[in-house]
Every structure is written in structure tokens, then in C-alpha cells.
Design a protein around this ligand. Structure first.
Ligand code: URA
Length: 243
């Protein structure tokens, strides 16, 4: 008999970690008696199973871990690096930092001069969802500006909606942190959005850094470095869209 090397976990969590269905969907499937574990119909919500050895069927079809080949990394992009994988003008790109990871691509973009958190993955579906406007994943930026602090009225307008040439921006959060620095939390991702929003108020962004993408924090990851996301971080990202 094969020995399990991991602890038993609740079937809802396992199927969500495997990218098969959200926990809520699994609960509904259990209520409808559509899941079998090792040939037995599951009737109990909290059932724990051994991930390494369990055989799970939904509607008679065996399901497997869809995420085992999935890779996701947090990268701290330095300034003067393109967030694409190649450049026609031989500028430095993130590819220069990915020597051992040839098959990942960035989740969205940061401007050439913007620093901070860029997620990299080989999972196109995850990337699409993280960027899809429907899911309103939060992105937090630290912006240093020139041209003076924004007034209370300007801050209110910034957070309520700024009329850019591609339309009014969605509600966001802006918090002055002192020293001409602002935290800006967006739930959409248009091109050069933070810079253009400040530009509307005749302020110039002199430095921009992304410190958070959804629940993932840049933390003290040094510029140009990369780290893998923990299983908890991946699960929390997936929770946004109930995968
Ligand atoms: N907003 C910007 O203006 N630039 C970025 O790189 C990201 C958000």
C-alpha cells in the first residue's frame, strides 16, 4: 500500500486547491450526492481525505489536481525594465531575470519606470481572471508626486472618479502619507492610470511602486528578486473568483 505523506484535509479545501471547484460548489455537490471518494458517495460535509492517495469522482468522472504544474511567483520589478518578455530595442526586460523560469509570463504590466510587485505565472486562466475587470482585484501603489499636495476637494474627486480621455475612473482609495507620497488603491487597470489621474490635477508622479496585488504583498522582497507564492497565498488569490 502507498503511504500518504501529507495530512488529511477537508474535501472542500482539497478540490479548491486542485482548481476543480470552489468550496461552496463542492458543498453543493456533496448535498446533491454527486461526489464519490474511493468509490463511496460522500454524504458528510467535513469529510477529510488524504491528498496523495484519494480517488475522487464527480458525476462518475475522476478529477485530478489541475494546479500541480501551476507556477506563480512574485517579482519585484526594478525601474528601467520592461514588464514584457521581449523588446525590439534591446532594452532590459523581465526575461533577463527569468533565466531558470522560461515558461512564465507577467500578469498585466507595469510601466518601464514603475517598480514593485509583478506576478508571474504559467497559468493563463488565472492571469485572465486576476486582470478581468469583473473581479475588481485591488492593486495598491505608492506614488510620490511633484507639484504640491492635493487639496481635500481634489482627494475627494480623485477617489470618486477622474474624467480621463478613456472615461471616468471607477471609485478608488487615495490616502496621503506625507512627504508628497500617496497610497492609491485601484480596482481597475488602465494604461498609466495612476500617472494620468495625478496629471489631471497637474501633478507629476516622480516615483511609482506597486506594493500589493489582491492579497499578495510585495513586503521586503528586494528589487530584481523573485519568490514563489505559498499555498495559502495562491488559495487567497483564487478565493477572489471562487475557483
Ligand atoms: N499606473 C501607472 O500610471 N503606471 C503603472 O505602471 C501602473 C499603474
Amino acid at each position: 500500500m502507498t503511504e500518504s505523506v501529507t495530512q488529511p484535509i477537508r474535501i472542500q479545501k482539497l478540490l479548491s486547491d486542485w482548481g476543480v471547484a470552489s468550496r461552496r460548489t463542492v458543498e453543493a455537490l456533496i448535498d446533491e450526492r454527486r461526489i464519490k471518494v474511493n468509490g463511496e458517495t460522500v454524504t458528510q460535509q467535513g469529510l477529510k481525505v488524504c491528498p496523495d492517495t484519494v480517488k475522487i469522482e464527480i458525476d462518475g468522472h475522476e478529477v485530478k489536481d489541475n494546479c500541480s504544474g501551476m507556477k506563480i511567483f512574485a517579482f519585484n520589478k526594478p525601474a528601467n525594465v520592461l514588464s514584457s518578455l521581449k523588446d525590439d530595442f534591446e532594452r532590459k526586460t523581465i526575461k533577463d531575470f527569468l533565466k531558470d523560469l522560461p515558461r512564465v509570463f507577467p500578469v498585466g504590466r507595469l510601466d518601464y519606470d514603475t517598480t514593485g510587485l509583478l506576478l508571474l505565472t504559467n497559468d493563463g486562466e488565472l492571469a485572465n481572471r486576476l486582470l478581468h475587470p469583473r473581479f475588481k482585484v485591488e492593486k495598491e501603489y505608492l506614488a510620490v508626486i511633484a507639484g504640491g499636495d492635493l487639496s481635500k476637494e481634489q482627494l475627494d474627486m480623485f477617489s470618486a472618479g477622474v474624467p480621463l480621455e478613456d472615461g471616468l475612473t471607477s471609485p478608488c482609495q487615495i490616502t496621503p502619507l506625507g512627504d508628497s507620497t500617496y497610497s492609491v488603491i485601484l480596482r481597475e487597470g488602465r494604461k498609466r492610470q495612476v500617472k494620468r489621474m495625478f496629471q489631471y490635477f497637474e501633478r507629476r508622479v516622480t516615483s511609482l511602486k506597486r506594493s500589493r496585488f489582491g492579497s499578495i504583498l510585495l513586503g521586503d522582497l528586494p528589487e530584481g528578486s523573485m519568490r514563489t507564492l505559498s499555498q495559502d497565498e495562491i488559495s487567497s488569490l483564487r478565493k477572489v473568483f471562487e475557483l
